[in-house]
Design a binder for this molecule. Structure first.
Ligand SMILES: NC(=O)c1ccc[n+]([C@@H]2O[C@H](COP(=O)([O-])OP(=O)(O)OC[C@H]3O[C@@H](n4cnc5c(N)ncnc54)[C@H](O)[C@@H]3O)[C@@H](O)[C@H]2O)c1
Length: 380
């Protein structure tokens, strides 16, 4: 039996994305699934109800109508405690779960015997690339970061030769060249800036150079076996800050994206370094949510210090909600295929490697070991 899929509107402040889009609804309906969309769920991303209806979805005008009999609920942001309380026992909910920041909601889903899959836990193996919502949303965020930097910068980004004189191109520095950083580099290049970038993983150098940017080399290679960055030693941190400071001082826009999974973001720009920057310079701190790469970042807000604007915007992908939702919806569509058995019904067990790795809560238990350990301190 195909399943009933419900998509509620997102309730987090500033969240304009939606977990599915009409194009994906059409495919789900074609496979026999019933899709229900909460009235207005796509409005913030410019997907009106009538497009979902034309794609074969029904519009639900209340949460009860939406969730009654639904087997699968698709979300962008983690369910709140109130939302977890509305889910019927046994419902499968899929989305970002950020368990470390939402322990109460995780406990509530456990107690209510909800099954929750966390998209941030999908392993980064090639078979899972089409489900990699971390990457799709980092791509959206990196693009927005470059545009935000440009719109707050009092200068042109490209070189211009005009009757009113020649304008020198702006310099953009990108710290952290993962998925978001590479997109920020590509976007700043397209706007005509001179772009420099730095990452502790030396392997990132080749990707940076292939985008036409200069890679700043430091005699450190801090890539761990999983392809992520490891934390630097205290000596390495000092050398890094010295070198980063010189590059920061000559930049018009600095976009920081450096993060280490599960840890506070590394501090790359101290307040002393900010004081060496030119007035009018802009820092876009994409790591604001995990503590910030700049000492002066105020998460969720804009700070100004000695003429330098520091943007601590959270949730940049929500600023480009149409395409961020489209990419997210396609990630979820691929994920749903893993939950579907050969007869079109729900798989009986979550033994597939990707499902097993991303299963956060199931059958009254927190199934993801590291989350269980992390939350066991405040276990209820
Ligand atoms: N399907 C896949 O195989 C797949 C998909 C996406 C990403 N990846 C890989 O995963 C890795 C991480 O990507 P991400 O974008 O999620 O990273 P991330 O968001 O965890 O971190 C962003 C970047 O910050 C860098 N960083 C950490 N500490 C730093 C410091 N002190 N100074 C400067 N930079 C620092 C990291 O090396 C990373 O490139 C990359 O190797 C990427 O290519 C693989």
């Amino acid at each position: 039996m195909p399943f009933v899929i419900a998509v509620p509107g997102e309730t987090a402040p500033g969240e304009r994305r939606v977990a599915t889009v009409p194009e994906v609804v059409q495919k789900l309906v074609k496979s026999g699934h019933e899709v229900r969309i909460e009235h207005g769920a796509g409005t913030g991303a410019y997907y009106p109800d009538d497009l979902y209806m034309a794609a074969g979805a029904t519009i639900a005008y209340s949460r009860a109508e939406l969730l009654n009999g639904a087997q699968v609920v698709l979300k962008v942001q983690p369910p709140t405690i109130a939302e977890a309380d509305q889910l019927p026992e046994g419902t499968i909910v899929i989305g970002f779960m950020n368990a470390g920041r939402n322990p109460e909601a995780v406990f509530r889903m456990r107690d209510r015997k909800i099954t929750a899959f966390a998209l941030e836990l999908v392993p980064r193996i090639s078979r899972a690339q089409s489900m990699d919502a971390l990457s799709s949303q980092a791509t959206a965020g990196g693009y927005v970061a470059a545009l935000l930097g440009a719109s707050h910068c009092p200068k042109f980004l490209p070189m211009l030769t005009t009757a009113a004189g020649t304008i020198r191109p702006a310099t953009v520095l990108v710290l952290g060249a993962g998925v978001a950083g590479l997109m920020a580099i590509a976007t700043a290049k397209r706007l005509g800036a001179i772009v420099e970038a730095y990452d502790v993983r030396r392997a990132a150098g080749e990707q940076v150079r292939s985008l036409g940017a200069r890679f700043i080399e430091l005699e450190i290679d801090a890539e761990d076996q999983g392809g992520y960055a490891r934390e630097l030693t205290p000596e390495e941190k000092i050398r890094e800050q010295e070198m980063v400071s010189a590059a920061v001082a000559r930049a018009d826009i600095v976009i920081t994206t450096a993060s280490i999974p599960g840890r506070k973001a590394p501090l790359l720009i101290t307040k002393e370094t900010v004081a060496t920057m030119r007035p009018g310079a802009v820092i876009v701190d994409m790591a604001a949510e995990s503590g910030g790469n700049c000492e002066l970042t105020v998460p969720g807000s804009t700070a100004c210090e000695s003429g330098v604007t520091i943007l601590g915007s959270l949730n940049l992908p929500a600023e480009i909600p149409f395409h961020a939702s489209q990419m997210f919806a396609k990630n979820l569509y691929s994920f749903l295929a893993l939950l579907t058995s050969s007869d079109g019904g729900m798989v009986k067990e979550f033994s597939d490697e990707i499902l097993a790795a991303s299963l956060l809560v199931h059958d009254g238990e927190i199934r993801h070991g590291p989350t269980r350990d992390l939350l066991s301190g405040g276990m209820q």
